[in-house]
Design a binder for this molecule. Structure first.
Ligand SMILES: Cc1ncc(COP(=O)(O)O)c(C=O)c1O
Length: 392
């Protein structure tokens, strides 16, 4: 490997949400944060160099996304995922959550139902509720330790609730599914039938495990192009969430104009200059770093899988097909959600996201974010084993 992902970088007191909140909340300083999907790795030199050059120029006035930026973005998706996009489709938002909220306001009216597939990224619930819409859940089917889509329920929920907007998570956070082309097509077929706009949140597209690949929804459901919003961002692949740049693709002219109006209402019209610089460098020169990063994280996954199989067989790890998360079914420990939280946060001093964050029925699940040095993972697993064995 060219890059050193083993290096532990001290992020304390850098206004870093992942670490600095530990003591703000009152947790002990040796707490291991594995909750937020935020990497503890430093950026590749190509991105840092581009940002340094921008700093050296020293002018940060009103800025435009230029030809080099759009070319980098278009090439990234066509080269890696066979998705031919057009730069005119892109609308910038600071984050994907901003785009989710704007989509809810653009496509639906107060009181309308919005369909999601729970358990799912908690902000999906928030953007619906906070905009005065109603969450409609097509719960993912969990059987024999695996997740699948209940298509009959999917269609019924759409038909019965007059759904106008479906928010899809692909790959899926937190259940780590990479949807197959067939599953994507079936969701697309049903949405087309009922005239539902699909918001495909593909923020995790750059993370899939060996043996899997990301299929952009747009490539298998071209008939949905007029009714599609796709969110992407270099923020997950390259850990630049703090630079606030997301590329939202809306191929349909009418839908795009409506979405832009929603964004215009809040007065957001130009993206973060440093975000553009970093995104352009990442998509132009950052591929090798990303591939090495994924390989490293995959070794973290394998370490945990082996550890859990040998020492904590009561815990079931859902097959991690995509994202850099691990979704673990801890029901075999026989603990209530409150006890599980107590065990992790107060005995093991490990801070994962608790399953309750993603849905009502996953109180005995936890989600770990694995983009950190191996030594952190090793320590976290040792602590988990000890705490489980000692927990009364
Ligand atoms: C599925 C999904 N969408 C969106 C986001 C957040 O996007 P942003 O930080 O760009 O608002 C996350 C963050 O973890 C996520 O998991």
């Amino acid at each position: 490997m060219k890059y050193d992902f083993d290096r532990v970088i001290n992020r304390w007191k850098t206004n870093c949400e992942k670490y600095d909140t530990i003591t703000q909340i009152g947790y002990p300083e040796d707490m291991i944060p594995l909750w937020v999907a935020d990497m503890d790795f430093t950026l590749p030199d190509c991105i840092k160099k581009a940002m340094h050059e921008a700093v050296d120029r020293g002018i940060f006035g009103y800025s435009l996304a230029g030809d080099d930026f759009y070319t980098a973005v278009e090439n990234w998706f066509s080269r890696r995922y066979g998705w031919k996009t057009d730069r005119s489709w892109i609308i910038h938002t600071p984050g994907v959550v901003t785009a989710l909220s704007a989509a809810v306001r653009t496509v639906t009216e107060p009181g309308d139902g919005v369909l999601i597939q729970s358990p799912v990224y908690h902000q999906f619930f928030n953007v619906i509720n906070r905009n005065g819409r109603t969450v409609v859940e097509n719960e993912l089917h969990y059987e024999d330790g695996k997740y699948s889509i209940d298509f009959a329920d999917f269609e019924e929920k759409i038909a019965k609730n007059g759904i106008k907007l479906f928010i899809m998570c692909s790959p899926h956070n937190p259940v780590c599914r990479v949807w197959t082309p067939e599953e994507l097509k079936e969701m697309g077929r049903i949405c087309k039938k009922y005239n539902v706009v699909v918001f495909a949140d593909e923020i995790y597209c750059d993370f899939f495990s060996p043996g899997y690949t990301h299929t952009p929804f747009a490539t298998v459901c071209p008939e949905m192009l007029e009714h599609l919003i796709v969110s992407t961002s270099p923020s997950k692949g390259f850990n630049i969430a703090g630079l606030q740049i997301s590329n939202i693709f809306i191929p349909g002219e009418e839908l795009r104009a409506k979405f832009r109006k929603t964004i215009d209402i809040v007065g957001y019209n130009e993206c973060n200059y440093m975000g553009m610089v970093a995104c352009c460098a990442a998509y132009t020169e950052g591929e090798q770093w990303l591939e090495e990063c994924k390989a490293y994280i995959w070794e973290n996954v394998q370490y945990i899988q082996k550890f859990v199989a040998e020492k904590l067989p009561q815990i079931h790890i859902i097959e991690p097909q995509g994202t850099y998360l691990l979704w673990m079914d801890c029901s075999g420990l026989g603990l209530s959600p409150e006890q599980l939280e107590d065990l992790l946060l107060h005995k093991a001093n490990i801070w994962p996201d608790m399953g309750t964050k993603f849905g009502e029925k996953t109180g005995q699940f936890i989600r770990l974010a694995l983009a950190c040095p191996r030594s952190v993972i090793v320590e976290a697993m040792d602590r988990l084993e000890k705490a489980v064995n000692e927990y009364k």
